[in-house]
Design a protein around this ligand. Structure first.
Ligand SMILES: [Zn+2]
Length: 405
């Protein structure tokens, strides 16, 4: 029931009906005593620490359960004076391992309110638990093992005041690393952690066109080819399309054609969405644009055609990209002529990505999920806990529910 298998003697069980608590008094068997809380090695004892201590365990029905035991300190040769290890909990925490694992499982499977209400803990405690569960999982298994194709990106949160740099494994679809910041120094930390041997195994790096990201990655990984993530390229086209829409709207307004201007203002989503996802109303808007505004409709077709390029692979995709470049160059739409120059500059990176079959859907879905997590993590004590939540959810570090593995 307590998630403890060996090394523990249960001395007494007290039921406090008024407080609605069960307190289980334990002591450690000889072999489990005086081990360093960090490395589990046997060490000489140091002192009694803060005496008896309690750990919150999983509830028994609706009743809160606590384990109570001595928490002496030991003197480890490597880690100095530290609280001795107990088999039921992670180092220096107030919850049992099973409790932590259940919270970590819940936070990736259900809502914030559900976790807080069910487990009867504060939201910031959930953040701290996510932190130690992830630390544990990453210490047990090398999170960078087998990395050959990585995607690097940045995500803004707190309304654009803060940034996360994230690294995704294109083969597993997992988030492998994240840190706060968005500069070369932050990203360099990842390559330092990776070390020269594993850096040499990186074959492909996808990055949006922030030149310093690409430069930093290629400096660190000598055998890597840079790929431009199709997801970002399509986003450039969507941005260019939006520039055209606003420009047309302003012109119409200045000419006094208010009816048409108002129509255009509401058609942003019709232009943005993939045609297969359009509602009937949005399709009608698009048809209206096709009839009344030829440059805007051509801009829309240019965006769509570019998106189609990335649904193909290899030579077909390359031929389609070059046809697109020729079309954009002659389009006489300034935003798309500018886009032509930008894409032409990055042609090699784009071709690498369509040739090697980098999946844009992957980065896109990871990014969407991470953005959502940055909002959910609001209220955590630190960005480290936010990163832990991201790694728990997208990094494959979520533990199984206690007792089911
Ligand atoms: Zn130690």
């Amino acid at each position: 029931m307590l998630g403890v298998e060996t090394g523990v003697v249960i001395e007494r069980v007290d039921v406090d009906e008024d407080a609605g608590e069960i307190v289980v008094g334990c002591r450690l068997r000889k072999g489990a005593r005086r081990r360093c809380g960090r490395c589990q090695k046997r060490c000489p004892g140091y002192d009694n620490g803060e005496g008896r201590r309690r750990w919150r365990a999983l509830d028994a029905g609706t009743i809160k359960v606590f384990i109570e035991a001595d928490a002496p300190r030991v003197s480890c040769r490597e880690h100095g004076v530290t609280v001795a290890a107990v088999p039921w909990a992670r180092h220096d925490t107030g919850h049992t391992r099973a409790f932590d694992d259940q919270v970590a499982w819940l936070v990736t499977h259900t809502s914030k309110t559900a976790v807080v209400e069910l487990m009867r803990i504060a939201w910031r405690t959930v953040g701290a638990i996510a932190g130690r569960v992830v630390d544990d999982a990453r210490a047990a298994r090398d999170p960078f093992d087998g990395l050959t194709r990585i995607g690097i990106d940045e995500i803004s949160f707190r309304r654009g005041h803060k940034y996360l740099m994230v690294v995704v494994d294109h083969d597993t679809g997992r988030l492998v690393w994240a840190a706060e910041g968005h500069d070369r120094k932050t990203l360099q930390k990842f390559f330092d952690l990776l070390g020269p041997e594993r850096c040499a195994k990186i074959r492909l790096v996808s990055a949006d066109a922030a030149e310093w990201i690409a430069a930093c990655a290629l400096d660190a990984c000598e055998h890597a080819t840079l790929c431009l993530d199709p997801f970002h390229i399509v986003r450039w086209a969507t941005q260019a399309l939006d520039v055209v829409r606003r420009w047309v709207w302003n012109v119409l307004r200045r000419l006094g054609v208010h009816g048409q201007a108002a129509q255009l203002k509401n058609c942003r989503y019709a232009l943005w969405k993939n045609p297969e996802d359009l509602t009937d109303r949005q399709q009608a808007k698009l048809a209206w644009i096709a009839r009344h505004n030829h440059s805007l409709y051509r801009a829309y077709l240019l965006k769509e055609q570019l998106r189609l390029v990335f649904q193909h692979r290899g030579d077909t995709a390359v031929a389609m990209l070059d046809a697109w470049l020729a079309w954009a160059r002659r389009s006489r739409i300034p935003a798309f002529v500018a886009l032509y120059h930008r894409i032409k500059r990055h042609r090699a990176g784009i071709i690498a990505s369509v040739t090697h079959g980098m999946s844009n859907g992957l980065t896109e879905s990871v990014n969407t999920k991470l953005r959502l997590l940055t909002r959910i993590a609001y209220g955590f004590r630190s960005t480290d806990n936010l990163i832990a939540l991201c790694l728990l959810d997208r990094g494959g570090h979520c533990p199984p529910l206690p007792g089911r593995n």
